[in-house]
Design a protein around this ligand. Structure first.
Ligand code: ADP
Ligand code: MG
Length: 270
């Protein structure tokens, strides 16, 4: 599903965009369907056709910040209505040449859910899976819920703003700290608001989503980061998810369902 591996399903969909449908696996179809659904539910904040914009912003890292014309051109290649797929025919098609999908906001969650299936079918009842920030806590840690740290969005990896105590839940964070660059004092990061074409600016430094399913948590954490706190709450509710928001103003907000599961760290600042 990587857009960086030449013959992956995603690369073939992108290569054949505007020409013909690519034959893809059931797993890829499952992720495409989930991505499209959450994309629509999020009003386009989550949009896997974002790759043309990602490419522009990746070039931006070398100092070449995209201009308005470039952003408008990239945006014209996007849109979930251009992505079609058929489960029966095992095919997916992007209807515009130059269009491209990127499953970076959702595929890790799918992989984490698959890993849970593998370990539980092997008889393992208690475990923590960590796929680079996509965490799944399965069962218990010595009869108690697992403790999952919530990363401080402005501190080095491992410094937490608090802890979540969870069992049989996935915990996924999207934020500014994982991948970003600074040019002329301006911070640019890797989550793009498809509506503006710029890195999302919604008053958040990070959002951590807690859900039953890691694929949902992954897509929703990216969507919520783009939408911001207020606008993401109805979406999170719809998918029965809870979240911890780290606001730009330095405060933490956690949704009601996590009140007994989240413990803020002492003396944090971000
Ligand atoms: P991480 O990759 O750090 O775990 P996310 O799950 O939030 O973080 O995903 C960010 C990735 O998702 C980006 O690197 C890019 O591949 C993709 N992406 C960026 N913006 C969007 C968006 N608005 N909708 C869908 N995918 C996005
Ligand atoms: Mg994500």
């Amino acid at each position: 599903m990587s857009a960086f591996i030449n013959n992956s399903d995603v690369s073939r969909i992108n290569f054949l965009a505007g020409k013909k449908a690519a034959v893809v696996s059931k797993d890829t179809l499952k992720v495409l369907a989930a991505a499209k659904e959450i994309g629509i539910e999020s009003g386009g904040a989550f949009d896997i056709t974002v790759r043309p914009l990602m490419k522009l912003w990746r070039q931006g890292q070398s100092g070449d910040i995209p201009d308005n014309a470039g952003i408008t051109a990239a945006k014209s290649l996007m849109g979930l209505q251009k992505l079609m797929f058929s489960d029966e025919m095992n095919r997916a098609f992007l209807s515009i040449k130059g269009g491209a999908i990127d499953l970076g906001g959702i595929a890790k969650g799918f992989a984490a859910d698959e890993a849970v299936k593998i370990i539980t079918s092997a008889g393992i009842k208690n475990a923590v899976i960590n796929f680079g920030g996509n965490i799944v806590a399965v069962g218990f840690n010595k009869r108690k819920p697992w403790c999952v740290g919530v990363q401080n969005p402005t501190a080095p990896r491992g410094e937490n703003i608090g802890s979540l105590f969870v069992t049989d839940k996935s915990v996924v964070t999207s934020g500014v700290n994982e991948r970003f660059f600074i040019i002329d004092g301006q911070l640019y990061h890797h989550i793009i608001d498809p509506r503006t074409g710029y890195p999302a600016k919604s008053g958040l430094l990070s959002v951590t989503v807690v859900a039953e399913n890691s694929m949902t948590a992954d897509a929703l954490s990216t969507a919520a980061f783009v939408l911001g706190e207020d606008k993401s709450l109805p979406l999170l509710r719809k998918y029965n998810c809870e979240a911890v928001f780290a606001r730009e103003s330095g405060e933490i907000y956690c949704t009601d369902g996590l009140r007994d599961n989240f413990q803020a760290a002492d003396k944090i600042s971000f």
